[in-house]
Design a protein around this ligand. Structure first.
Ligand code: ZN
Length: 429
């Protein structure tokens, strides 16, 4: 039996906060201990209460002034774009052709994919992200390399090989049959194994023929516990091109709907320019709209209308979308999300942002019993955050009066420098 105690200021969310000051939405312990046994949380509570029950010889990691939260969760990110991030001056379709499709071809080489997976997971963990939903490249080897590396580290990751059989360079195109066969083999090998889960991953409607989308639908019908991830309504030219390719579809979402790709396990990146019928259909099917603020600003795609979508009862997620996104940090992502909402007269209170990065994103994945909360039985995937990590932050913290203000400083000024430690199954990374 391996056991460890992690001591500090513990914060975990119980439900979605209704707004600022909603102190019933979270549990905060000013001096608490998370007791980890064999990778899972055995107990959590005030130090005097927990310390008595610790087995003799338990290692205690003390973080006296730091906040201990559940590990952060990123709902949309691209493995083969670590050398696409920060590519200058293009909107979506042009950006894909000029930069992304060039880099993604390198993932045909398993050695390149393995090195890329190592860098990528290191970077996620440095940023306190312990679970992510990941697009590979079109090559099965990319997903294979990623799952292998993730399983070695014990992280809970959801990923899939991209399905793409048209409107891309020949070296990046599969066929409907090959995409089906490769995905099926990866599901058999990895889905439900060593904390890994599979996401059926058609890149988006433009790069898949109806036959390939049908193959994706068949995979989801045969493996309903898999997730499905794709892009939806990110950019106006993309929407026009989709409608031209699928004239029979009622709208963009309908392209996916008629192939059986909607549902509670479906994650749709961006969802910026949705029509009312699309919003209603997403709500009806329990599909998730994933907000990627740094990407939407960087590629100039538009502003995600959180208030409207939430008002229509859509399930919502938050994500970096690296390499269209410009930071691996979920803290930076929340900061940019705040600004996107400000531009629309909306707001993102710090409590809402931190709930979304942890419990909220876990709920969007249907995984709230395993990750996203510091509760007995959940995996001990944790992040230790320092709101005074930089000179400017420490200076600002001198005037901070309460937890909510501290969280807002963390999300507005924080990045990987604020991450003092990341734990995966109770092991420091
Ligand atoms: Zn994306």
């Amino acid at each position: 039996m391996s056991t460890r105690a992690i001591r500090g200021r513990i914060l975990t969310f119980l439900r979605q906060p209704e707004g600022q000051g909603d102190s019933d939405s979270y549990r905060y312990i000013a001096d608490g201990i998370v007791h980890v046994v064999d990778g899972r949380i055995a107990a959590v509570g005030p130090t005097p209460e927990i310390v008595r029950g610790l087995p003799p010889g338990t290692t205690v990691d003390a973080w006296p002034d730091q906040l201990i939260l559940p590990g952060l969760i990123d709902l949309h990110i691209h493995l083969p774009q670590t050398q696409v991030i920060a590519s200058y001056g293009a909107q979506l379709l042009d950006w894909l052709e000029r930069y992304t499709f060039v880099e993604e071809q390198k993932y045909a080489d398993p050695a390149h994919a393995a090195a890329g997976a190592r860098f990528f997971l290191d970077e996620l963990l440095r940023n306190g992200t312990t679970t992510a939903v990941v697009y590979g490249s079109v090559h099965a080897a990319s997903a294979e390399a990623f799952f292998t590396e993730s399983a070695r580290r014990g992280t809970a990751m959801i990923a899939g090989k991209v399905m793409m059989d048209r409107n891309a360079p020949p070296a990046l195109c599969d066929t409907a049959q090959a995409a089906y066969d490769d995905s099926k083999a990866l599901i058999a090998r990895w889905h439900g194994q060593a904390r890994q889960r599979y996401a059926v991953t058609p890149r988006f409607a433009i790069t898949s023929t109806p036959g390939e989308l049908a193959a994706a639908g068949a995979l989801m019908a045969e493996h309903p516990s898999c997730h499905m991830q794709t892009h939806l309504s990110e950019n106006l030219n993309e929407i026009a091109a989709t409608k031209a390719l699928f004239p029979e579809a009622r709208d963009y979402l309908d392209v996916y709907d008629r192939h059986g790709l909607l549902g509670p396990g479906a994650l749709f990146g961006h969802c910026i320019h949705l029509e009312p019928a699309e919003i209603a259909r997403m709500a009806e099917t329990g599909s998730v709209a994933v907000f990627c603020p740094t990407s939407n600003l960087f590629i100039g795609s538009g502003l995600f209308d959180w208030r409207r979508l939430e008002g229509e009862r859509l399930r919502i997620g938050l994500a970096t979308d690296v390499g269209g996104g410009t930071s691996y940090s979920m803290l930076r992502t929340a900061a940019e999300g705040y600004k996107v909402l400000q531009l629309q007269g909306q707001n993102l209170p710090a409590l809402r942002a931190f709930d979304q990065m942890t419990r909220g994103n876990a709920a969007a994945l249907g995984m709230v019993d395993e990750i996203g909360r510091i509760e007995p039985g959940a995996y001990a995937d944790l992040v230790v955050l320092d709101a005074a990590a930089t000179r400017a932050m420490a200076h600002r913290m001198e005037t901070v009066r309460d937890l909510e203000e501290e969280l807002f400083v963390l999300m507005t000024l924080g990045d990987e420098r604020s991450v003092r430690a990341t734990y995966v199954q109770g092991r420091p990374q």
